[in-house]
Design a protein around this ligand. Structure first.
Ligand SMILES: Nc1ncnc2c1ncn2[C@@H]1O[C@H](COP(=O)(O)OP(=O)(O)OP(=O)(O)O)[C@@H](O)[C@H]1O
Length: 123
């Protein structure tokens, strides 16, 4: 909670700080996002190596952001599910499966974008 006396700007800066803390926590603790971060670095290096176009960079950066942000939401849903119902329940299973499915869909889209960008450059 932020103090009422803080100005709008100070409150916004505090929110950015907490969001940064959350992003750092995700990166430090979640194996899936660590793998996605490594892939993001690898394709960024590939982007420079193959000198991809501005449009290709736009799609690449957008897909990296999409996959990693949905992974963050998926992790949040897992945390909430485990907090409200730590025991086994078919509904919790379905909630987690659907959240994981969202990451899967974004990942497939990212793989297709990567194939469209790099396949002609490699073969
Ligand atoms: N409490 C539960 N009740 C029913 N099924 C569950 C429960 N917890 C997990 N599951 C099932 O196990 C799967 C994996 O859940 P888990 O929480 O381990 O996520 P995960 O994908 O392994 O995530 P991470 O790798 O980030 O830990 C879920 O998608 C769901 O099918």
């Amino acid at each position: 909670m932020s103090g009422k006396k803080d100005s709008f700007l100070v409150n916004r800066l505090k929110s950015v700080g907490w969001a940064f803390k959350g992003a750092w926590l995700l990166l430090r603790t979640e194996a899936s996002i660590q793998i996605q971060f490594c892939v993001a670095i690898a394709v960024t290096i590939a982007g420079f190596y193959f000198d991809i176009s501005k449009t290709e960079w736009l799609f690449q950066v957008a897909m990296i952001g999409l996959v990693m942000s949905i992974e963050g939401v998926n992790t949040t849903i897992e945390y909430i599910a485990d907090f409200i119902h730590p025991e086994f329940h078919t509904s919790i299973g379905r909630i987690k499966d659907v959240a994981a499915g969202a990451v899967f869909i974004a990942s497939i889209a990212a793989i297709i974008v990567a194939a469209i960008i790099y396949y002609p450059k490699l073969f």
